[in-house]
Design a protein around this ligand. Sequence first.
Ligand code: NI
Length: 257
Amino acid sequence: MKFVDTHCHLTDEKFSADLIEVYERAKNSCVDRVINFGATLKDSAEVVELAKKFSGMFAGVGIHPEEVQDWDGKNSAEKIFELAKKNKVVAIGEIGLDYHWEKSSEGKILQQKIFVEQLDIARQLNLPVCIHEREAHGDALKILQAEGKNLRGVLHCYSGSLEMAKEVWKLGWLIGIDGPLTFKNSAKLPEIVQAAPSEMLLLETDAPYLAPTPYRGKRNEPSYLIEIAKKISELRGESLEIVAEYTTKNAENLYKI
Ligand code: NI
């Protein structure tokens, strides 16, 4: 059995003391590949560097919607473009929309503009996209429908409705499932996981954030991915091996890893 943690942040300082042990534990828990995502230009450069040092480690580069102050137009676009061409970079991300803290319409419009510009980089380089979307379901879907042509990707840490998920799947995009599926208040997620075509699901930890039960509240790490896989297996009435098989295949197909 093997799994891919398709979204984490091992460049986070929470891993600076014991990254080697963390990665070792991942490998011992059948997580044989991970993809780290950048949130800023600096962080994007770091995920690229880190991937060089570990086998089975890949990177995604981009500017997160909560970090749009990092974006200075053409210059940043060029930097992301150059980073995205480096070895072991398999995606543009995480990019998208986050309206949780951004309530002003100018701020939202700025996020949308930077999101669309980065979608364009992905299209030019023929790379898949990892989208961060929080409390911006309608606008994110509209942008995907209008600007997502010839692009594939995933809505990471999916938090939308089943209706929206169906629209996302229609576009050929996947959804990423994280620790919140294992929480008592997992809301709509179990129903969405049950309804999902198996080829539309990706597993991810988003480590160091969102540790699954029974680690909730602690630092998350890729070896905990198994807890999310177990929950999917229980909800869908499939063996863990089957879940490992199709989620790994989905990750390989999308990210060409
Ligand atoms: Ni993330």
